[in-house]
Design a protein around this ligand. Sequence first.
Ligand SMILES: Cc1cc2nc3c(=O)[nH]c(=O)nc-3n(C[C@H](O)[C@H](O)[C@H](O)COP(=O)(O)O)c2cc1C
Length: 321
Amino acid sequence: MSAVESTTATSRLPETISSRLRLPAIAAPMLRVSGVELVKAACQAGVIGAFPTANPRSHEALDDWLTELDETLSENDAPYCANLIMSRPETQKDIEILLRHRTEMVITSVGSPAPVVPALHEAGVFVLADVATMKHVKKAIEAGVDGLVLLTAGAGGNTGWMNPFAFVRAVRAFYDGPIALAGGMSDGVALRAARELGVDLGYIGTKFIATQESLAEPEYKQMLVDSTMDDVLLTQAFTGMNTSFLLPSIEAAGLDPATLDHNADVASAQAQYGGSAYSDKSGPRRWKDIWSAGHSVSGVSDVPATREIIDQTLREFHGDR
Ligand SMILES: Cc1cc2nc3c(=O)[nH]c(=O)nc-3n(C[C@H](O)[C@H](O)[C@H](O)COP(=O)(O)O)c2cc1C
């Protein structure tokens, strides 16, 4: 029996994964934040460490990151998990590299997982897809994914907007596979409550931005310490999708939140704040200058080591409030 199963409801995860977790959680993938050090620290502390394959910035760098993870992590550590952003053209080549390294887990986001599930399954990869609506849920299940990440209100990055209680219970009414819950997982008490709802894994992003190992700039980490959930703005202005950004970072970039186009579409947000060759490079960039965090920013009070956050969350999960 795994460490997690011994204290909580039965895990729906494969034993090969659940037996290596101290805490039923994923350190969620975050652009420009999740690097090798954060992933390693999470996995070594018993939490699945995820990162977007966009973060290494090139196929060669992705290969190097995976080599380092292969060489550092032991078979008893939690697995790392690669995040494929489906809208990126580099995804197919990224998959070839992941398969060469025998990556065990993948999370797909921003787009249907259908194009990548067959190749990943053929190689035995465990595939989760992130979803924000019931329609997404049905499509992901039809595509044959092994589990779902429910994005709910208040999550950092490209967020969901559904109420987590209602969303989990609506999905559990017909789905018995593994569910991870994203949005507001700020401590172990929240994680315990989520398990009670029928969730298998907490999907924790924001808390791990303010860690010693994250790639975030020191000023970004400090802004998390200084902010509360009142400072989180939900807007489409920068990505064309519902995304949580920190108001103080918008103001520091010289922008007036009142004059932003909160209903921007993907193309116009990309042109104005994205990093493509077509954009105006002189203005502030999303993710780089305009920083994201979710509602669980209210639970950030310092910048500890990743292991300290995981140990603290574990204590709370086991009943220490
Ligand atoms: C700065 C930042 C960058 C993110 N980048 C990604 C990403 O590249 N891919 C992805 O699937 N999700 C991304 N997310 C979303 C997280 O994976 C996760 O869903 C979210 O952080 C969970 O909510 P929480 O922040 O309240 O814990 C990002 C979130 C943040 C805060």
